[in-house]
Design a protein around this ligand. Structure first.
Ligand SMILES: [Zn+2]
Length: 380
Protein backbone atom coordinates (compact mmCIF):
# COMPACT_ATOMS: atom_id res chain seq x y z
CA UNK A 1 0.00 0.00 0.00
CA UNK A 2 1.35 3.40 -0.97
CA UNK A 3 1.96 6.08 1.59
CA UNK A 4 -0.98 8.40 2.17
CA UNK A 5 -0.16 12.08 1.95
CA UNK A 6 -1.64 13.64 5.06
CA UNK A 7 -3.18 17.05 5.43
CA UNK A 8 -4.40 18.14 2.03
CA UNK A 9 -4.95 21.71 3.23
CA UNK A 10 -1.27 22.16 4.02
CA UNK A 11 -0.05 20.33 0.95
CA UNK A 12 -2.28 22.40 -1.34
CA UNK A 13 -1.66 25.78 0.27
CA UNK A 14 -1.03 28.35 -2.49
CA UNK A 15 2.64 29.13 -2.92
CA UNK A 16 2.23 31.57 -5.83
CA UNK A 17 -0.46 33.83 -7.29
CA UNK A 18 -1.53 31.23 -9.87
CA UNK A 19 -2.53 28.84 -7.11
CA UNK A 20 -4.81 31.33 -5.33
CA UNK A 21 -8.33 30.14 -6.04
CA UNK A 22 -11.33 32.36 -6.72
CA UNK A 23 -9.83 35.78 -5.87
CA UNK A 24 -8.94 37.03 -9.34
CA UNK A 25 -9.53 40.73 -8.68
CA UNK A 26 -7.46 40.79 -5.48
CA UNK A 27 -4.63 38.95 -7.24
CA UNK A 28 -4.69 41.41 -10.14
CA UNK A 29 -4.53 44.42 -7.80
CA UNK A 30 -1.61 42.96 -5.83
CA UNK A 31 0.31 42.01 -8.97
CA UNK A 32 -0.16 45.53 -10.32
CA UNK A 33 1.15 46.90 -7.05
CA UNK A 34 4.25 44.69 -7.45
CA UNK A 35 4.69 45.66 -11.11
CA UNK A 36 4.51 49.38 -10.39
CA UNK A 37 6.59 48.98 -7.24
CA UNK A 38 4.00 51.00 -5.36
CA UNK A 39 3.03 49.64 -2.01
CA UNK A 40 0.55 50.93 0.52
CA UNK A 41 1.87 51.03 4.08
CA UNK A 42 -1.16 49.11 5.35
CA UNK A 43 -3.30 46.56 3.54
CA UNK A 44 -6.52 45.30 5.03
CA UNK A 45 -7.62 41.89 3.76
CA UNK A 46 -11.23 41.29 4.73
CA UNK A 47 -13.55 38.41 3.99
CA UNK A 48 -15.14 35.30 5.44
CA UNK A 49 -13.10 32.45 6.91
CA UNK A 50 -11.26 30.05 4.65
CA UNK A 51 -11.35 32.13 1.47
CA UNK A 52 -7.59 32.64 1.12
CA UNK A 53 -6.67 35.83 3.02
CA UNK A 54 -3.69 34.46 4.94
CA UNK A 55 -2.32 32.41 2.03
CA UNK A 56 -2.59 35.43 -0.27
CA UNK A 57 -0.83 37.59 2.31
CA UNK A 58 2.07 35.11 2.48
CA UNK A 59 2.35 34.94 -1.32
CA UNK A 60 2.27 38.74 -1.56
CA UNK A 61 4.92 39.05 1.17
CA UNK A 62 7.14 36.53 -0.65
CA UNK A 63 6.74 38.45 -3.91
CA UNK A 64 7.59 41.81 -2.33
CA UNK A 65 10.95 40.50 -1.13
CA UNK A 66 11.64 38.13 -4.03
CA UNK A 67 15.04 38.78 -5.62
CA UNK A 68 13.44 38.61 -9.07
CA UNK A 69 11.10 41.56 -8.47
CA UNK A 70 13.15 44.00 -10.59
CA UNK A 71 13.23 41.51 -13.46
CA UNK A 72 9.43 41.14 -13.11
CA UNK A 73 8.98 44.92 -13.14
CA UNK A 74 10.98 45.22 -16.38
CA UNK A 75 9.05 42.45 -18.09
CA UNK A 76 6.23 40.70 -16.18
CA UNK A 77 6.06 38.01 -18.88
CA UNK A 78 9.68 36.99 -18.40
CA UNK A 79 9.36 35.62 -14.90
CA UNK A 80 6.98 34.93 -12.04
CA UNK A 81 7.22 36.24 -8.53
CA UNK A 82 7.52 34.82 -5.96
CA UNK A 83 10.10 32.74 -7.84
CA UNK A 84 10.21 30.24 -4.93
CA UNK A 85 13.92 29.69 -5.62
CA UNK A 86 15.83 32.76 -4.46
CA UNK A 87 17.24 33.01 -0.94
CA UNK A 88 14.32 35.16 0.22
CA UNK A 89 11.63 32.89 -1.27
CA UNK A 90 13.29 29.77 0.19
CA UNK A 91 13.39 31.39 3.63
CA UNK A 92 9.69 32.31 3.31
CA UNK A 93 8.72 28.76 2.32
CA UNK A 94 10.69 27.38 5.26
CA UNK A 95 8.94 29.84 7.59
CA UNK A 96 12.18 31.47 8.74
CA UNK A 97 12.34 34.79 6.89
CA UNK A 98 13.87 37.40 9.21
CA UNK A 99 11.81 40.22 7.65
CA UNK A 100 8.41 38.53 7.76
CA UNK A 101 6.48 38.44 11.01
CA UNK A 102 3.13 36.73 11.39
CA UNK A 103 1.09 37.55 14.46
CA UNK A 104 -2.16 35.92 15.45
CA UNK A 105 -4.08 38.73 17.13
CA UNK A 106 -6.58 36.22 18.53
CA UNK A 107 -3.87 34.80 20.80
CA UNK A 108 -1.97 38.05 21.38
CA UNK A 109 -4.58 40.73 21.95
CA UNK A 110 -2.55 42.87 24.33
CA UNK A 111 -0.73 46.13 23.83
CA UNK A 112 2.72 44.61 24.56
CA UNK A 113 2.84 42.77 21.27
CA UNK A 114 2.03 45.92 19.35
CA UNK A 115 4.73 47.80 21.27
CA UNK A 116 7.10 45.02 20.29
CA UNK A 117 6.17 45.51 16.63
CA UNK A 118 6.66 49.27 16.93
CA UNK A 119 10.11 48.73 18.45
CA UNK A 120 11.32 46.20 15.89
CA UNK A 121 9.82 47.91 12.83
CA UNK A 122 12.35 50.74 12.96
CA UNK A 123 15.26 48.34 12.26
CA UNK A 124 16.20 47.89 8.61
CA UNK A 125 15.24 44.64 6.87
CA UNK A 126 17.91 41.94 6.86
CA UNK A 127 17.31 39.79 3.82
CA UNK A 128 14.74 41.58 1.66
CA UNK A 129 13.84 45.12 0.68
CA UNK A 130 10.95 45.40 3.11
CA UNK A 131 9.81 44.24 6.49
CA UNK A 132 6.35 42.76 6.38
CA UNK A 133 4.03 42.25 9.30
CA UNK A 134 0.98 40.05 8.86
CA UNK A 135 -1.51 40.50 11.68
CA UNK A 136 -4.20 37.85 11.42
CA UNK A 137 -7.64 38.20 13.07
CA UNK A 138 -6.74 41.85 13.67
CA UNK A 139 -10.24 42.71 14.97
CA UNK A 140 -9.32 40.81 18.16
CA UNK A 141 -6.76 43.42 19.26
CA UNK A 142 -7.59 45.32 22.43
CA UNK A 143 -8.49 49.01 22.36
CA UNK A 144 -5.12 49.92 23.90
CA UNK A 145 -3.35 47.83 21.26
CA UNK A 146 -5.23 49.63 18.48
CA UNK A 147 -4.33 52.99 19.97
CA UNK A 148 -0.66 52.06 20.09
CA UNK A 149 -0.92 50.73 16.56
CA UNK A 150 -2.42 54.00 15.30
CA UNK A 151 0.78 55.82 16.16
CA UNK A 152 2.82 53.68 13.81
CA UNK A 153 0.11 53.88 11.13
CA UNK A 154 0.37 57.65 11.16
CA UNK A 155 4.05 57.56 10.28
CA UNK A 156 5.03 54.10 9.14
CA UNK A 157 8.73 53.56 8.28
CA UNK A 158 9.16 53.57 4.47
CA UNK A 159 10.39 49.99 4.30
CA UNK A 160 7.53 48.49 6.33
CA UNK A 161 4.36 46.91 4.94
CA UNK A 162 1.54 45.84 7.23
CA UNK A 163 -1.04 43.31 6.11
CA UNK A 164 -4.03 43.12 8.41
CA UNK A 165 -6.40 40.20 7.88
CA UNK A 166 -9.85 39.93 9.38
CA UNK A 167 -13.19 38.23 9.05
CA UNK A 168 -14.84 41.23 10.72
CA UNK A 169 -13.55 44.49 9.28
CA UNK A 170 -16.49 46.40 10.77
CA UNK A 171 -15.04 45.76 14.25
CA UNK A 172 -11.91 47.79 13.47
CA UNK A 173 -11.85 51.38 14.74
CA UNK A 174 -12.68 53.78 11.91
CA UNK A 175 -9.39 55.62 12.58
CA UNK A 176 -7.48 52.44 11.72
CA UNK A 177 -9.67 51.35 8.85
CA UNK A 178 -9.47 54.71 7.10
CA UNK A 179 -5.66 54.38 6.95
CA UNK A 180 -5.79 51.01 5.24
CA UNK A 181 -5.98 49.98 1.62
CA UNK A 182 -8.85 47.53 1.91
CA UNK A 183 -9.18 44.48 -0.30
CA UNK A 184 -12.34 42.38 -0.16
CA UNK A 185 -12.07 38.60 -0.49
CA UNK A 186 -15.26 37.06 -1.88
CA UNK A 187 -16.62 33.72 -0.76
CA UNK A 188 -15.23 31.27 -3.33
CA UNK A 189 -17.90 30.37 -5.90
CA UNK A 190 -19.50 26.96 -5.65
CA UNK A 191 -18.38 25.73 -9.08
CA UNK A 192 -14.84 27.07 -8.51
CA UNK A 193 -14.61 25.09 -5.25
CA UNK A 194 -15.97 21.94 -6.93
CA UNK A 195 -13.54 22.27 -9.87
CA UNK A 196 -10.61 22.75 -7.48
CA UNK A 197 -11.61 19.67 -5.46
CA UNK A 198 -11.86 17.67 -8.67
CA UNK A 199 -8.36 18.73 -9.66
CA UNK A 200 -7.08 17.75 -6.20
CA UNK A 201 -8.76 14.36 -6.39
CA UNK A 202 -7.18 13.70 -9.78
CA UNK A 203 -3.69 14.65 -8.65
CA UNK A 204 -3.99 12.82 -5.33
CA UNK A 205 -5.69 9.75 -6.86
CA UNK A 206 -8.75 10.13 -4.64
CA UNK A 207 -11.78 8.24 -5.98
CA UNK A 208 -14.83 10.52 -6.05
CA UNK A 209 -17.96 11.42 -7.98
CA UNK A 210 -19.25 14.80 -9.14
CA UNK A 211 -22.28 14.77 -6.79
CA UNK A 212 -20.02 14.19 -3.77
CA UNK A 213 -17.70 17.08 -4.65
CA UNK A 214 -20.59 19.43 -5.48
CA UNK A 215 -22.16 18.66 -2.13
CA UNK A 216 -18.88 19.40 -0.30
CA UNK A 217 -18.72 22.73 -2.17
CA UNK A 218 -22.34 23.48 -1.26
CA UNK A 219 -22.03 22.88 2.49
CA UNK A 220 -18.68 24.71 2.70
CA UNK A 221 -20.43 27.98 1.77
CA UNK A 222 -17.52 29.69 0.04
CA UNK A 223 -14.79 28.50 2.38
CA UNK A 224 -12.23 26.59 0.34
CA UNK A 225 -10.41 25.56 3.51
CA UNK A 226 -13.56 23.98 4.97
CA UNK A 227 -14.15 22.21 1.66
CA UNK A 228 -10.63 20.74 1.58
CA UNK A 229 -10.87 19.61 5.21
CA UNK A 230 -14.20 17.94 4.52
CA UNK A 231 -12.75 16.19 1.46
CA UNK A 232 -9.94 14.95 3.68
CA UNK A 233 -12.38 13.49 6.23
CA UNK A 234 -14.52 11.91 3.53
CA UNK A 235 -11.61 10.20 1.78
CA UNK A 236 -10.62 8.48 5.00
CA UNK A 237 -14.22 7.52 5.77
CA UNK A 238 -14.68 5.42 2.64
CA UNK A 239 -12.93 4.22 -0.51
CA UNK A 240 -14.87 6.69 -2.69
CA UNK A 241 -16.00 10.23 -1.94
CA UNK A 242 -19.73 10.26 -2.76
CA UNK A 243 -22.59 12.42 -1.52
CA UNK A 244 -23.75 9.74 0.91
CA UNK A 245 -20.23 9.39 2.37
CA UNK A 246 -20.04 13.16 2.88
CA UNK A 247 -23.52 13.16 4.43
CA UNK A 248 -22.52 10.48 6.93
CA UNK A 249 -19.23 12.24 7.78
CA UNK A 250 -21.22 15.36 8.61
CA UNK A 251 -23.94 13.47 10.48
CA UNK A 252 -26.43 14.75 7.89
CA UNK A 253 -29.43 13.01 6.42
CA UNK A 254 -30.21 12.76 2.72
CA UNK A 255 -33.02 15.09 1.58
CA UNK A 256 -34.98 12.11 0.24
CA UNK A 257 -35.34 10.77 3.79
CA UNK A 258 -36.80 14.13 4.80
CA UNK A 259 -39.30 14.03 1.92
CA UNK A 260 -40.37 10.68 3.25
CA UNK A 261 -40.85 12.15 6.72
CA UNK A 262 -42.96 14.98 5.29
CA UNK A 263 -45.04 12.50 3.35
CA UNK A 264 -45.74 10.51 6.57
CA UNK A 265 -46.91 13.75 8.15
CA UNK A 266 -49.22 14.57 5.25
CA UNK A 267 -50.69 11.07 5.37
CA UNK A 268 -50.94 11.29 9.20
CA UNK A 269 -49.08 8.04 9.25
CA UNK A 270 -48.01 7.86 12.91
CA UNK A 271 -46.78 4.31 12.64
CA UNK A 272 -44.24 4.87 9.86
CA UNK A 273 -43.21 8.17 11.32
CA UNK A 274 -42.31 6.53 14.62
CA UNK A 275 -40.45 3.79 12.74
CA UNK A 276 -38.54 6.52 10.89
CA UNK A 277 -37.44 8.09 14.19
CA UNK A 278 -36.58 4.69 15.60
CA UNK A 279 -34.20 4.10 12.65
CA UNK A 280 -32.82 7.60 13.02
CA UNK A 281 -31.92 7.04 16.68
CA UNK A 282 -29.69 4.13 15.68
CA UNK A 283 -27.56 6.36 13.44
CA UNK A 284 -25.20 9.18 14.31
CA UNK A 285 -27.36 11.85 12.73
CA UNK A 286 -27.39 15.40 14.02
CA UNK A 287 -30.97 16.28 15.02
CA UNK A 288 -30.09 19.97 14.68
CA UNK A 289 -29.25 19.34 11.03
CA UNK A 290 -32.46 17.39 10.44
CA UNK A 291 -34.54 20.22 11.97
CA UNK A 292 -32.63 22.96 10.11
CA UNK A 293 -32.96 21.18 6.77
CA UNK A 294 -36.63 20.32 7.36
CA UNK A 295 -37.37 24.00 8.03
CA UNK A 296 -35.53 24.96 4.83
CA UNK A 297 -37.62 22.51 2.81
CA UNK A 298 -40.83 23.90 4.29
CA UNK A 299 -39.64 27.40 3.51
CA UNK A 300 -38.97 26.41 -0.11
CA UNK A 301 -42.53 25.09 -0.15
CA UNK A 302 -44.00 28.37 1.15
CA UNK A 303 -42.09 30.43 -1.41
CA UNK A 304 -43.12 28.05 -4.15
CA UNK A 305 -46.78 28.40 -3.24
CA UNK A 306 -46.62 32.19 -2.89
CA UNK A 307 -44.87 32.78 -6.19
CA UNK A 308 -47.08 30.46 -8.21
CA UNK A 309 -44.25 30.38 -10.75
CA UNK A 310 -42.75 26.92 -10.42
CA UNK A 311 -40.47 27.56 -13.39
CA UNK A 312 -38.31 29.78 -11.17
CA UNK A 313 -37.80 26.87 -8.79
CA UNK A 314 -36.28 24.34 -11.09
CA UNK A 315 -33.83 23.27 -8.41
CA UNK A 316 -36.67 22.05 -6.16
CA UNK A 317 -37.02 18.32 -6.91
CA UNK A 318 -40.35 17.10 -8.32
CA UNK A 319 -40.69 14.78 -5.34
CA UNK A 320 -40.85 17.75 -2.97
CA UNK A 321 -43.08 19.80 -5.30
CA UNK A 322 -45.62 16.95 -5.33
CA UNK A 323 -45.68 16.87 -1.53
CA UNK A 324 -46.05 20.65 -1.29
CA UNK A 325 -49.01 20.49 -3.69
CA UNK A 326 -50.80 18.21 -1.25
CA UNK A 327 -50.49 20.74 1.60
CA UNK A 328 -52.71 23.79 2.13
CA UNK A 329 -50.78 27.02 2.74
CA UNK A 330 -52.00 27.26 6.36
CA UNK A 331 -50.63 23.83 7.16
CA UNK A 332 -47.24 24.65 5.58
CA UNK A 333 -46.96 27.91 7.50
CA UNK A 334 -47.95 26.26 10.81
CA UNK A 335 -45.39 23.50 10.36
CA UNK A 336 -42.74 26.06 9.44
CA UNK A 337 -43.48 28.34 12.43
CA UNK A 338 -43.68 25.57 14.99
CA UNK A 339 -40.54 23.75 13.88
CA UNK A 340 -38.62 27.03 13.59
CA UNK A 341 -39.47 27.73 17.22
CA UNK A 342 -37.92 24.42 18.24
CA UNK A 343 -34.47 25.91 17.76
CA UNK A 344 -34.44 27.73 21.10
CA UNK A 345 -35.93 24.85 23.06
CA UNK A 346 -33.39 22.48 21.53
CA UNK A 347 -30.44 24.38 22.90
CA UNK A 348 -31.69 23.67 26.42
CA UNK A 349 -32.07 19.90 26.15
CA UNK A 350 -29.91 16.90 25.39
CA UNK A 351 -32.98 14.98 24.21
CA UNK A 352 -33.21 16.83 20.95
CA UNK A 353 -34.62 14.02 18.87
CA UNK A 354 -37.44 13.32 21.35
CA UNK A 355 -38.38 16.97 21.31
CA UNK A 356 -38.51 17.04 17.51
CA UNK A 357 -40.43 13.77 17.36
CA UNK A 358 -43.06 14.90 19.85
CA UNK A 359 -43.46 18.21 18.03
CA UNK A 360 -44.20 16.44 14.73
CA UNK A 361 -46.67 14.10 16.45
CA UNK A 362 -48.45 17.06 18.00
CA UNK A 363 -48.59 18.81 14.62
CA UNK A 364 -50.23 15.79 12.99
CA UNK A 365 -52.67 15.37 15.86
CA UNK A 366 -53.61 19.02 15.64
CA UNK A 367 -54.33 18.62 11.94
CA UNK A 368 -56.57 15.69 12.82
CA UNK A 369 -58.42 17.64 15.49
CA UNK A 370 -58.82 20.49 13.01
CA UNK A 371 -60.26 18.14 10.43
CA UNK A 372 -62.57 16.49 12.99
CA UNK A 373 -63.87 19.89 13.98
CA UNK A 374 -64.36 20.75 10.32
CA UNK A 375 -66.26 17.44 9.90
CA UNK A 376 -68.51 18.32 12.87
CA UNK A 377 -69.18 21.72 11.34
CA UNK A 378 -70.21 20.10 8.10
CA UNK A 379 -72.56 17.71 9.90
CA UNK A 380 -74.33 20.64 11.47
ZN1 LIG B 1 12.17 34.68 -5.17
Amino acid sequence: MGQVALNLARKWRSSNFKEIIGQDLVVRILQNSLFKNQFFPVYLFSGQRGCGKTSTARVFASAINCKKISEFQKNPQSCQIPCLQCESCVAMTAGRHPDFMEIDAASYTGVDNIRNIIDTSSFLPLLGERKIYLIDEVHMLSKAAFNAFLKILEEPPKFVVFILATTEAQKLPETVRSRCFQLFFNPVKLDTVAAHLENMCQKESIACDAAGLEFIAQVSQGSLRDAINLLEQARFADSKVTKSVVLSVLGYLDDRALYQLLSFMIQKNHKDMLAFFHELSKQTISTEYVVKRFVELLYDGIILKYSGEPKYFLDIPTELKDLINQMPMAQLVTYFDQICNLDMAMQKTSRKQLLFESMLLRLISRDEIGQLALGEEKKK
